[in-house]
Design a protein around this ligand. Structure first.
Ligand code: EPZ
Length: 416
């Protein structure tokens, strides 16, 4: 079993470049299915989740070729299958992003329920409801769903809950529907206007992406083109907290601070000293004080940054209430932080209270999920002694070449 070995309590220095956004890459690749033309994507992160999506699309008959590092050419004109490979859907929940484009282009798609994961149940009821509102017929066979529609029809869709991938999936499907679709209570994460920009540059007619009400006027066909992914705001935010928890001066390059305003607000409240440029952020050693956060859909505090922030608060003076409102299983990693010496009380599955600062000590850990796994790396880099982290697949899912990039900052980390 591969694992990371980390010797902590070392100051870091230098700069780290942010990769392309994972949670945009996993939508732009499926978006290529909406057109018969080839699509060229730049700044695509070389991470496990992208490789799984490439496998899922290749299994359907798409041809995806790496032209150079982080640049891929996608051709979907030869897709000849509409059943998503169950084992790939289980491994990558985001493969559900293929359903909207497949349904819109081919009129049929079959998927197995992706199942839940450690951070929560992850139901798909809102996807299925949304596609049926667009006129799809659904045939359920156990945990496998087939959606069929000769031609999707525009509809008014009210989402009872804000869901990022439901918003994106329905927006993509609606681009080729007959008539106009309105999505109300849409998610507003920055990856959504970026996806809409890609679709609009290829002939789609989407307005309102990035606001709670998105309007999509269906068109006959879509073209395809070259597209550069925006930087990964979650990676950028995590690296800022990496600099702060190791009391280091590091520069996070190629990021978009305007996508991190809620995190920056909370870090400022905690007393973090940061230099914020137009496309970089520099950290400075800062004595921190306990600060409360509540996660919320964008532009609220991102749930994907909750774990690294909680780790940071173990080194802050005083109490911090961490309220995770979106997922019910996203705080259990704090048990492992307590094993390292943290002082965290779990009030309920959505709230923990952190009492800091407490010294952290190296331990043998297992990464439970992508974001908590990366947060354990931050804890290990702040801890005295040696930490091992197993199940590193969960980390490599979302962070490109993380070991050499951290080593370049002076971190004592290796993969064995
Ligand atoms: C996206 O997940 C991201 N993943 C997640 O990032 C992120 O944590 C999440 O949005 C919230 O920001 C990708 O974009 C690939 P949701 P998503 O649907 O869309 C409920 C990471 O670490 N819901 O916005 O799956 C759901 O249970 C990942 O990069 C339904 O009830 O999350 C949750 O409570 C983790 N029915 C709420 O919506 C449905 O049919 C929000 O989840 C769908 C969702």
């Amino acid at each position: 079993m591969e694992k990371y070995i980390i010797n902590g309590a070392k100051k870091l220095s230098g700069e780290i470049k942010v990769s392309g956004a994972k949670n945009l890459a996993l939508k732009i690749l499926p978006a290529a299915i909406l057109s018969e033309q080839d699509c060229l994507i730049n700044n695509l992160p070389e991470i496990e989740d992208v490789q799984r999506m490439v496998e899922a699309m290749t299994d359907l008959g798409a041809k995806i070729e790496q032209k150079e590092k982080n640049q891929y050419l996608i051709s979907t004109k030869d897709i000849n299958k509409t059943v998503l490979k169950p084992e790939l859907v289980k491994k990558l929940r985001a493969s559900i992003m293929l359903t909207g484009p497949m349904l819109a282009r081919f009129g049929e798609v079959t998927l197995a329920h992706p199942g839940g994961c450690v951070i929560g149940q992850r139901p798909i009821d809102l996807f299925l409801e949304g596609f049926q509102k667009l006129g799809a017929q659904m045939i359920e066979n156990g945990q496998t769903y087939t959606l069929k529609a000769t031609k999707l029809k525009g509809a008014k869709i009210i989402l009872p809950k804000i869901s990022v991938t439901v918003t994106e999936n329905l927006m993509m499907a609606a681009t080729l529907a007959q008539g106009t679709t309105i999505i109300k209570n849409a998610a507003m994460e920055p990856e959504i206007p970026a996806l809409a920009q890609y679709l609009n540059q290829n002939g789609a007619k989407i307005t309102g992406a990035g606001t709670p009400i998105i309007n999509i006027e269906g068109v006959e066909k879509l073209n395809a083109s070259e597209f550069n992914l925006i930087p990964d705001r979650i990676e950028a935010g995590t690296f800022i907290m990496l600099g702060l928890i190791t009391n280091s001066q590091i520069t996070i390059k190629n990021c978009q601070p305007e996508h991190l305003e809620n995190l920056l607000y909370s870090l400022n409240k905690a007393g973090a000293k940061l230099e914020i440029g137009n496309n970089y952020i520099k950290t400075f050693p800062s004595p921190l004080k306990g600060t409360n956060i509540i996660t919320h859909e964008y532009p609220g505090f991102p749930t994907d940054l909750q774990a690294p922030f909680t780790v940071l608060m173990t080194q802050a003076q005083g109490l911090s209430l961490i309220h995770e409102t979106i997922f019910e299983g996203r705080l259990f990693y704090t048990d492992m932080l307590n094993q390292m010496g943290a002082n965290i009380i779990m009030c309920d599955p959505h709230r923990v209270v952190v009492m800091g600062p407490t010294p952290l000590y190296g331990r043998n850990l297992v990464s439970p999920d992508l974001r908590a796994g990366m947060a354990l790396i931050l804890a290990a880099l702040a801890a005295k002694g040696t930490t091992s982290i197993e199940n590193i697949y969960q980390i490599n899912r979302g962070y490109e070449n993380i070991v050499p990039r951290l080593q370049a900052l002076g971190a004592d980390i290796k993969q064995i």
